[in-house]
Design a protein around this ligand. Structure first.
Ligand SMILES: [Mg+2]
Length: 349
C-alpha cells in the first residue's frame, strides 16, 4: 500500500534538483505531450533538454486505437525530437501483442479480436493470426425476431481460439459479445483487455463517449471471466517496460495528467510521480485524494506543464522558436480549440 506523501510543486528551478535523482522519464501522451491533435507548447523543449542530459525518455499511453508506428509519426509531426520513435513508445496494443507472443500463441491458435487497427498492426508485426474484427453481417436478421441468435455460427472451434482480446471497437454488437463469451468458455483461452477507461475524450464535454471499459464489462458479465488488463495503472505495462529498458524504479519518474491512471501506475510500481496540470486532473484532485487517504493517487510532485520545467536559459530561445512555429501554423490552418484544458473535461489518454 502506498505511503502518504506531501506533493511538492515543481518549476524550472526546483526541477533542476530533482533531475539529478532521475535517470528515466515516462510520459503519458494526451494532456502531457499533446492535446488531441495539437502539440503541448513547451513539451518538445523539455524532451530535448532531458535527452541532452542523457536521460531515457519513454512514452506510455493508454490509447490502443493506433499502433506505436502511428504515434511515432504523430510525435515527429508535432515537432518532437527524432530520437523519440516507435521503440520509445508503449501502448496497450503493443503490450497485448507481446503478452500473446510470450504466451506462445501462434501456430494453429488464433485470436478473436474485438478491437481496432492499433491492435491489428501490432499483432501483424508479430505474425499473430486474428479474426472477428470489423462489422458483422447482420442484414439478414432485421425481422425483429430473436431466432437469429440460435443461428449465429462461431467461425472457429473453441479449441482453435487461443485468446480473446477486447478493446475499443465501434462495431461492437450482440454477435461479437456472444462469440467472445462462448470462446471464453474454454478455460485455456486467454482473456486480455487493453484498458478499462469508461469514457474517452471528445469535443463536447456534455456528450458521453464510451471507451473500452463498457465493452470489457459486457464481455465479463456474459462470459463469467475477468481479463488481464494491460493498460495503466496495471502491471503488464510496467513489466513490458522492464523487459525493454533497464530502469531503476526509484530513479524513474512517471509524468501524467491523470491521478487514477498515471500517478497510480507510478505509485503502485515504486516510481517517482509527477502530475502535470495541463490535462485532466488538478490540485483539487490531489487534495481530495489526501483527504480520502488514497495515497496511491497522490503524486510526489506536480507542475503546471512540461514546458514550465525547462531551465530558463534553455526555455527562452526554444519556446520563442516554438511560438514562431505555432504562429506560422495558425496562419495556415484553423486550430481546433476543443482540446484546450477545461476543468471538468474527460480526458483519458
Ligand atoms: Mg493523459
Amino acid at each position: 500500500m502506498a505511503s502518504p506523501v506531501a506533493s511538492q510543486f515543481l518549476n524550472s528551478s526546483s526541477f533542476s534538483n530533482v533531475l539529478n535523482e532521475i535517470d528515466t522519464f515516462i510520459f503519458d501522451a494526451d494532456g502531457v505531450l499533446w492535446l488531441g491533435e495539437s502539440v503541448m507548447p513547451g513539451s518538445p523543449a523539455l524532451v530535448d533538454y532531458l535527452l541532452s542530459k542523457n536521460k531515457t525518455v519513454i512514452v506510455l499511453t493508454n490509447n490502443a486505437t493506433k499502433s506505436r508506428a502511428v504515434y511515432s509519426e504523430k510525435l515527429a509531426k508535432l515537432g518532437y525530437n527524432k530520437m523519440i520513435n516507435k521503440d520509445s513508445i508503449v501502448n496497450p496494443a503493443a503490450v497485448v501483442a507481446d503478452t500473446l507472443d510470450r504466451a506462445g500463441l501462434g501456430g494453429d491458435k488464433k485470436v478473436y479480436l474485438i478491437g481496432t487497427q492499433g491492435i491489428k498492426d501490432e499483432l501483424d508485426d508479430l505474425g499473430i493470426e486474428y479474426f472477428g474484427d470489423g462489422p458483422d453481417p447482420v442484414e439478414n436478421h432485421h425481422d425483429g425476431s430473436t431466432a437469429f441468435i440460435y443461428d449465429i455460427e462461431l467461425e472457429e472451434q473453441h479449441a482453435d481460439v487461443g485468446a480473446v482480446v477486447v478493446g475499443y471497437e465501434r462495431h461492437f454488437n450482440y454477435i461479437k459479445l456472444m462469440k467472445a463469451a462462448n470462446y471464453l468458455q474454454n478455460e485455456k483461452c486467454l482473456y486480455i483487455a487493453t484498458n478499462e477507461d469508461e469514457t474517452c475524450p471528445g469535443p463536447d464535454p456534455n456528450t458521453v463517449i464510451p471507451d473500452a471499459g463498457p465493452i470489457v464489462a459486457a464481455v465479463n458479465v456474459a462470459s463469467g471471466r475477468e481479463p488481464i488488463v494491460v493498460g495503466k495503472p496495471n502491471t503488464p505495462a510496467f513489466e513490458y517496460i522492464c523487459r525493454r529498458w533497464t530502469i531503476d524504479p526509484q530513479r524513474t519518474m512517471m509524468v501524467g495528467d491523470r491521478t487514477n491512471t498515471d500517478v497510480k501506475f507510478g505509485r503502485d510500481h515504486g516510481l517517482k510521480t509527477c502530475l502535470v496540470l495541463s490535462g485532466c486532473h488538478q490540485v483539487e484532485d490531489i487534495l481530495d485524494h489526501h483527504e480520502n487517504e488514497r495515497h496511491d493517487m497522490v503524486p510526489d510532485f506536480y507542475a503546471e506543464n512540461l514546458g514550465s520545467l525547462v531551465p530558463t536559459e534553455v526555455a527562452v530561445p526554444k519556446i520563442a522558436k516554438l511560438d514562431a512555429e505555432i504562429a506560422r501554423k495558425i496562419s495556415l490552418v484553423e486550430i481546433d480549440d476543443s482540446y484546450l484544458p477545461q476543468p471538468n473535461r474527460f480526458v483519458y489518454y
